[in-house]
Design a protein around this ligand. Structure first.
Ligand SMILES: [Zn+2]
Ligand SMILES: [Zn+2]
Ligand SMILES: [Zn+2]
Length: 421
């Protein structure tokens, strides 16, 4: 890059000025009637819309009235330039070609979703319409521009989708990497009606399963686990989704059934046994060596294996122990809900477009840029329990009997435990 200025002093004089809005010395983004303005405050000012107090027109109000600093339109403020989009005429921040962000996003989508014929692939038109209509087109442009040199960037996935390198099926998205971008794109396709709506936790499980199977060395074990997932775990999840709803814990239990089944097969392998040659003494030894939690998670696999004749049907499974937690004491009942739990009031704001959490590592979503639609959440506002008027006594932090239920030591930490959000 060639320097167009001779000295640093010249650079300062040509490109820097004191901003008339924030008062700091910044790069000049323009010269407005009230002085030089920086990029941040120019973008902020042009986003202000309303009825101009000078001419009573409903339009963008980037100017400031000299008497009271009230936002006014460009005409009343005496701007020498306009902010009208050269295509749609909307008054907004202008990008290349004097186009507004929405027209720019529309052009960008036409480019990335081009099927090779110079137009958007017809099947992806609903996705294009959905993205082009988002409330903040700037976030759509940022999403398309992210990870500029990465093969898994959203724009690259969209291009592969447009030319048919990625089939328009859920299964194709479950195999796709990077999985976070693929998951988000799959949500957007479901939101646009391009892909049939599938429960997000079922999607999450199907996305997790190939990775787990890839980590299993024994091909026979892979085959058995795949059959178990296909013919027992997934149908159970689908039935649950139709009957009621799938919670993060149901999704976690499904994955645990798979992992405990894998562990059991590996354990049998070390005893020179296969599922087919498994004897009652093996079952009894496993039950003796493992916790009640592990026994419960493995039970479905053994029942399925017997039913599908993967192992002897004469095996018997020890009865499950049903333990009930002691009821909450009056003190525990009055303790306010921990921050971030379902009972705590959520922040006002936006809700993810299709709100997917894989249920496996929720914290990993934290840095995933996501497009948002303007969906108020929850509708009508949350119903909160009345706050206790008396300050409850301090809880003993080391007493396991006083832990909140979400911190049950028998559950796998990290998934959807509300206290970890
Ligand atoms: Zn400024
Ligand atoms: Zn005006
Ligand atoms: Zn426009």
């Amino acid at each position: 890059m060639t320097r167009v200025y001779a000295t640093d002093e010249q650079y300062e004089r040509w490109f820097m000025a004191e901003c008339c809005r924030c008062g700091r010395r910044r790069h000049k983004a323009g010269h407005w009637p009230d002085g030089y303005i920086c990029r941040t405050y120019a973008d902020r000012a042009i986003r202000v819309r309303g009825t101009c107090p000078g001419c009573s027109q409903d339009r963008a109000l980037p100017g400031r009235r000299s008497s009271d600093r009230a936002p006014i339109c460009t005409t009343c403020a005496g701007f020498s330039q306009t902010f009208d989009c050269s295509r749609c005429g909307f008054e907004a921040k202008l990008l290349g070609g004097r186009l507004c962000e929405r027209c720019t996003l529309s052009d960008r989508l036409t480019t990335v979703l081009d099927d090779g014929t110079g137009r958007i692939r017809p099947a992806l038109r609903p996705l294009s319409d959905l993205l082009a209509a988002m409330e903040q087109p700037g976030s759509g442009l940022a999403w398309l521009a992210m990870r500029r040199n990465h093969p898994g960037k959203p724009a690259a996935l969209l291009q592969r989708l447009a030319v048919g390198h990625i089939p328009l099926t859920h299964d194709a998205f479950h195999e796709l990497q990077p999985w976070r971008t693929a998951a988000h794109l799959e949500e957007l396709l479901m939101a646009g009606g391009v892909l049939p709506a599938v429960n997000k936790y079922i999607c999450s499980f199907q996305r997790w399963l190939p990775g787990h199977l890839a980590s299993v060395d024994n091909p026979e074990h892979v085959k058995t686990i795949r059959l178990f997932a296909t013919w027992h775990v997934l149908p159970a999840l689908r039935a649950r989704a139709e009957r009621s709803n799938i919670t993060p814990s149901v999704r976690r239990n499904a994955a645990e059934r798979i992992t405990y089944a894998t562990t059991f097969l590996t354990w049998l392998d070390k005893r020179d046994r296969t599922l087919g040659s498994c004897r009652q003494s093996d079952i009894d030894a496993w039950y003796a060596q493992n916790t009640e939690h592990a026994r419960q998670r493995l039970r479905a696999f053994l029942a399925w294996a017997m039913q599908s004749r993967q192992c002897s049907r004469s095996l018997s499974l020890p009865a499950m122990k049903i333990s009930r937690r002691a009821p909450l004491t009056e003190d525990e009942r009055l303790v306010p809900a921990p921050r971030g739990t379902a009972l705590a009031r959520p922040r006002a704001g936006r809700f993810p477009a299709a709100g997917l959490h894989c249920g496996s590592r929720q914290h990993e979503h934290r840095h995933q840029p996501r497009l948002s639609l303007a969906v108020p959440w929850p509708p009508g506002g949350p119903a909160l329990p009345p706050r206790p008027s008396i300050r409850p006594p301090q809880r003993d932090r080391h007493s396991s009997s006083r832990r909140p239920r979400c911190c049950d030591p028998a559950t796998t930490p990290g998934d959807s435990c509300p206290c970890r959000r």
